[in-house]
Design a protein around this ligand. Structure first.
Ligand code: ARG
Length: 274
C-alpha cells in the first residue's frame, strides 16, 4: 500500500512537471517566419493616404497600392521567398489589426512611440522624419510661430498619430481636428474647411511639389521630439524571428544605398500618377 502511494505521488509530480514544460515550450516557440513561408504570403497592413510612403495608383485599369513602404515590404517578401499582399486600412486601426493577427506586419510610416511599443514590436528604423504645417497657397505668411499663430484656427491631424500629439502640445489655442484620413484633411484644407494640416516633412513636400497652386508650407516651426522621429516596421511582440529578418533587409538596403533610391522612385511615381 505504502509503495503504491509513493508511485502515485511520483506520477503526479511527473504530470505537473510535463505540463509546466509544455507550457514553457509553447511560449518559446516563435513560428512567425515559418507561418509566413507556409502560407507563401506576407500580409502587410498599411494606410494608403500617405504619399510617398503609401498611396494608390491605377495601373492597367487596376487600383494598386504603391510607395516607399511598399517597396521595402516587397524586399522583405522577396527575402522570405513569398508573395506580398497589401491590406489597406485606416491608420487608427492598424495596431489592433496587427494584434488581432489580421496582418503579419504594419508598414505605414509608423513611428515607434512609447505607447505603441507597449503593444507591438518594432524593427530598426528605416527613416527619420520631422513635422511641418501645410497651409493653403498664399496663406503661409500668417503662420510664423507655432505657439501663437494658430490660436482659434482649425488644425487638421490624422487621428492617433504623432501629429495629433505634436499639434495639441505645441499649437496653443488651436482647434485641433482629428480625422482618420490624411487625404480627407488635405481636401478640406483646399476647400477652406481647415486652416492648416500637420504632416511629416516628406509628405508635406510632396503636396507642395505636386500641387503647387493649392498648398504651401508655413514657416512656423514644430519640434519633433527624438522619440517621435523614427519610422519602423511594426510586428507582433512575439514575432522575434520575423523582426530579425526585417532588420537584415533594412540593414542591407541602407548599406547598398537602395533605400534612398526607393524614396526617389516613390516620389516620381506619385508625380506621374497624381
Ligand atoms: N508617423 C505618424 C505616426 O506614426 C503618422 C503616420 C501616418 N501614416 C499613414 N500611412 N497615414 O503616428
Amino acid at each position: 500500500m505504502k509503495g503504491k502511494k509513493k508511485i502515485y505521488i511520483v506520477l503526479a509530480f511527473l504530470a505537473v512537471f510535463c505540463l509546466v514544460l509544455t507550457a514553457c515550450g509553447k511560449k518559446d516557440t516563435d513560428n512567425s517566419v515559418q507561418e509566413i513561408k507556409d502560407k507563401k504570403t506576407l500580409v502587410v497592413g498599411t494606410s494608403a493616404d500617405y504619399a510617398p510612403f503609401e498611396f494608390p495608383i491605377v495601373k492597367d485599369g487596376k487600383k494598386q497600392i504603391v510607395g516607399y513602404d511598399i517597396m521595402i515590404a516587397q524586399k522583405i517578401a522577396d527575402k522570405l521567398g513569398v508573395k506580398l499582399k497589401i491590406v489597406n486600412t485606416e491608420f487608427p486601426s492598424l495596431v489592433s489589426e496587427l494584434k488581432d493577427n489580421k496582418v503579419d506586419m504594419v508598414m505605414a510610416g509608423m513611428v515607434s512611440t512609447k505607447a505603441r511599443k507597449k503593444q507591438v514590436g518594432f524593427s530598426d528604423s528605416y527613416f527619420k522624419i520631422k513635422n511641418q504645417v501645410l497651409v493653403k497657397k498664399g496663406e503661409a505668411n500668417k503662420y510664423k510661430k507655432a505657439d501663437t499663430d494658430f490660436k482659434n484656427k482649425s488644425v487638421g491631424v490624422q487621428q492617433t498619430t504623432t501629429q495629433e500629439t505634436i499639434a495639441k502640445d505645441q499649437m496653443k489655442g488651436a482647434n485641433v481636428v482629428s480625422e482618420s484620413k490624411v487625404t480627407a484633411l488635405t481636401t478640406e484644407l483646399k476647400k477652406d474647411k481647415l486652416d492648416a494640416v500637420v504632416v511629416e516633412n516628406t509628405v508635406a513636400d510632396n503636396y507642395v511639389k505636386n500641387f503647387p497652386n493649392d498648398y504651401e508650407i508655413a514657416p512656423a516651426k514644430l519640434q519633433t521630439p527624438k522619440d517621435l522621429e523614427n519610422i519602423n516596421v511594426a510586428t507582433r511582440k512575439s514575432d522575434k524571428k520575423l523582426i530579425t529578418q526585417v532588420n537584415k533587409v533594412i540593414a542591407q538596403l541602407k548599406k547598398s544605398g537602395e533605400l534612398d533610391k526607393m524614396l526617389q522612385k516613390a516620389q516620381t511615381l506619385q508625380a506621374e500618377n497624381k
